[in-house]
Design a protein around this ligand. Structure first.
Ligand SMILES: [Zn+2]
Length: 470
């Protein structure tokens, strides 16, 4: 069975053909670690997780690479605004390095709670400066760069295919990007590869380079690191739809200018999560985090379930009502599975001929550009089918959950009695006192004790929240 995906580059859905038979290399743009991920960001990572697991389901050996941007990303994707890391550092009175590690950890904790598989390679921009410098040098040797006012720019006029991903004219690209006029750019769409002339005083993250001490522009890290880990012909590159006109367009320009051939075969983009008609953005201030949803009484997997109910290329209209509906449906599904499991009788023979049609239906939907809503319908149909016995249903649920990752066979969340809740709060407070005293051994002992009670703690913004481990 073929695996069909929609390719932004061609504007068509096509059967996936890998560069090397049986293998799939995927590069996904990762977080900029200056703040918590919001649920719009997390929706994109859920989509990419489904993509990775679907390729594995189709028996591809997947290598998934994701970067962590811990330097170089200005507020606007096109070289304007403040430095995001410096902004985080100023906001919280911590060093940029502390900010980067803190939010990187918070990001992977969110992923863990959402059952998102950790990529095979996670690469930090700050640990790949030499790779970026080599790539900029290659572009320089080929005549794609110029230096103005101390910064090294990529000249898009030298790369005729510049607008092929966004499928827009240069005028449209320019009109859409709200670019502040940088008088040093020859073309307003040119972008910085290396900054030596930082407009920010006390820029802390700086490195020596052939062009002087400075730091990389944002786009170069993805080209340099993807090619380092996946080679210069890559199967799939994905990210949020907002990356198409600037970030991914610039990535293509610099990568293909350097290699002289097509760089990525399939570009996949996840649509926005929208609240009250507008896209969720960190710069907007009041953005929603996963922890906020948990504090409001939801489980991380309620949110994952909500994401799977719509297709990744459609906008997801988020509200607490829709999340609440997803929670109800998810609990109903788990309840149904639980009673099905209780009805299993040992020794009933498994009949593959009864199961294979469902497996094919399921794979057909997943292989149709990750149609998770239809795949969920197949799951419901399996549960309703009286011709299947519970043991067969269990095997199918287990099989489908390799992609869904909804812990479908884990018993429903235990209800914590009020007395336990009081005890948990006391222990959390006790641990916080130890932390204030910097008595890490005692604080860790209590964390372990709570873990054994089935409680997971999250420390954020000077406070501690907890949730029940499923
Ligand atoms: Zn990127």
């Amino acid at each position: 069975m073929d695996f069909y995906i929609y390719n932004t580059l061609t504007g068509e859905k096509a059967a996936f053909k890998p560069v090397s038979a049986g293998k799939a290399g995927i590069y996904a743009c990762g977080p900029t670690v200056y703040n918590y991920a919001h649920i719009g960001n997390l929706r994109t990572y859920v989509f990419e997780d489904i993509l990775v697991k679907s390729l594995q389901y189709f028996r591809y050996q997947v290598k998934h690479v994701m970067n962590v941007t811990d330097v170089g990303h200005l507020e606007s994707d096109s070289d304007t605004g403040e430095d995001k890391m410096a902004k985080g550092s100023e906001r919280e009175g911590k060093s940029v390095w502390e900010i980067a590690r803190f939010y990187e950890n918070a990001f992977f904790e969110d992923c863990r709670r959402l059952n998102i598989r950790r990529p095979d390679v996670v690469c930090r921009a700050t640990e790949h400066i030499e790779d970026m410098i080599s790539l900029i040098r290659a572009l320089e040797r080929k005549g794609y760069t110029y230096t103005a006012n101390g910064n090294v720019y990529f000249s898009i006029d030298k790369f005729p295919d510049y607008s092929k991903l966004a499928d827009m004219t240069l005028d449209e690209l320019q009109a859409g990007s709200r670019i502040e006029v940088d008088p040093h750019k020859k073309n307003p769409l040119d972008f910085v590869l290396w900054f030596t002339n930082s407009k920010f005083k006390n820029q802390i993250m700086q490195w020596a380079s052939p062009w002087g001490t400075g730091f990389p522009g944002w786009h170069i890290e993805c080209s340099a690191m993807s090619m380092k880990y996946l080679g210069d012909s890559i199967d799939i590159h994905c990210g949020g739809i907002d990356h198409i006109p600037v970030h991914h367009t610039n990535e293509i320009a610099q990568s293909e200018a350097a290699t002289g051939h097509q760089w990525v075969n399939y570009w996949l983009h996840g649509e926005f999560l929208v609240v009250d008609g507008s896209k969720m953005a960190k710069s907007g201030g009041g953005f929603l985090t996963l922890t906020r949803l948990i504090e409001k009484g939801f489980n991380a997997l309620d949110f994952r379930f909500l994401c799977l109910q719509s297709r990744y290329r459609k906008q997801l209209r988020f509200s607490f009502e829709t999340l609440s509906d997803a929670q109800t449906a998810y609990r109903k599904l788990k309840g149904r599975i639980q009673s099905m499991v209780e009805g299993i009788h040992e020794g009933q023979p498994v009949r593959p001929e009864k199961m294979i049609p469902y497996k094919n239906l399921f794979a057909g939907h997943i292989g149709d550009d990750l149609n998770t809503p239809n795949a969920l319908t197949v799951l419901w149909d399996v549960l309703k089918d009286e011709a299947l016995h519970p043991g067969e249903k269990q095997l199918l649920v287990e099989d489908f959950d390799r992609i869904f990752s909804l812990d479908l066979l884990t018993p429903p969340e235990k209800q914590i009695p009020i007395s336990d809740e009081v005890r948990i709060k006391e222990l959390v407070e006790e641990r916080n006192r130890y932390r204030e005293e910097k008595n890490w051994a005692e604080a860790d002992r209590i964390r372990r004790l709570l873990f054994e009670m089935g409680i997971i703690l999250s420390d954020a913004n000077g406070g501690t929240t907890w949730e029940v481990r499923l």
